[in-house]
Design a protein. Structure first.
Length: 279
């Protein structure tokens, strides 16, 4: 009778293990702030020995860069600055010595200008600003253009605004590419773009700024922090006078003249009338 009971218990145990699939292994997000996400996996609750477990964080939406790993089943993971990256992917990986052997699942989080959110919970078109970048032509002057070859899907339309600054002045341009003949290869340059992406009545705004210098060794513009020099970063005078401008630099006479839903700039920050500060 004891042998029969033991056999029954073993069979029940084997059946229980056989029912465990990768879909049963989950990650629960206990707390999410701008700087940290606390996450827990239920992998230990099944009683199956596992050889390794890891939470892996990748910055960016496509071909992301692995920036952090944690082998604990409950982990507090530092998050990238939303000023630099608007998307990250968090993966939950467990490796077993028996079935289901290896399980791997990932969730994508996006920054909505206030906090981090699961992409699956966002009910609007999503393009991922990290999938957009720019190119610079190495010819005389400063030719710059938007590179959308990696964009997740094509929007209805886009508006692209450029701002390029040297130590003397800032210049503006508009369109998929722009030329700034005032820029010299001896300048330290700040290049910024604002891309307004429209689809199904929704607007997503992607903003990026970089400091660049001309590398005489490669004869190309490179990020300032890539050059080991003693060049000091230019500090532009910030004027907070509460004046309001549209994205082309045209001043509004007062707040009431700004159309509802219009993006405007005040004190070097962008706002949407009737909405929230988003940069």
């Amino acid at each position: 009778m004891k042998k029969l009971l033991l056999v029954v218990l073993v069979l029940i145990g084997l059946q229980t293990q056989a029912q465990i699939t990768c879909d049963s292994i989950t990650a629960t997000y206990l707390n999410i702030t701008q700087d940290t996400i606390k996450v827990e996996t239920n992998v230990i609750s099944f009683g199956i020995p596992f050889t390794i477990h890891s939470f892996d964080l990748y910055e960016g939406c496509q071909n992301g860069i692995l920036t952090y790993s944690d082998t604990n089943v409950v982990a507090s993971i530092p998050l990238p600055s939303p000023n630099l990256v608007d998307t990250f992917v968090l993966c939950n990986w467990s490796d077993f010595g028996s079935a289901p052997y290896s399980c791997y699942s990932c969730d994508t989080f996006v920054w909505n200008n206030i906090n981090w959110n699961l992409l699956s919970s966002i009910q609007q078109p999503y393009f991922c600003c990290d999938s957009i970048t720019y190119w610079i032509d190495q010819s005389q002057g400063f030719n710059v253009g938007l590179d959308t070859s990696g964009i997740i899907h094509n929007p209805d339309s886009m508006t692209v605004l450029w701002q390029v600054c040297n130590s003397d002045m800032c210049y503006i341009g508009e369109g998929m590419y722009a030329y700034f003949g005032q820029i010299l290869t001896t300048d330290t340059v700040k290049v910024c773009y604002d891309v307004m992406i429209y689809e199904a009545g929704i607007i997503e705004v992607c903003t990026r700024c970089d400091w660049l210098v001309f590398d005489q060794n490669s004869f190309s513009w490179v990020l300032l922090n890539m050059i080991p020099t003693s060049i000091n970063e230019i500090t532009l005078n910030k004027i907070n006078n509460n004046k309001m401008y549209d994205l082309l630099g045209r001043e509004f006479s007062n707040y009431h003249t700004i159309p509802a839903g219009q993006i405007y700039i005040m004190n070097r920050k962008k706002y949407i009338k009737g909405g929230l500060l988003f940069n």
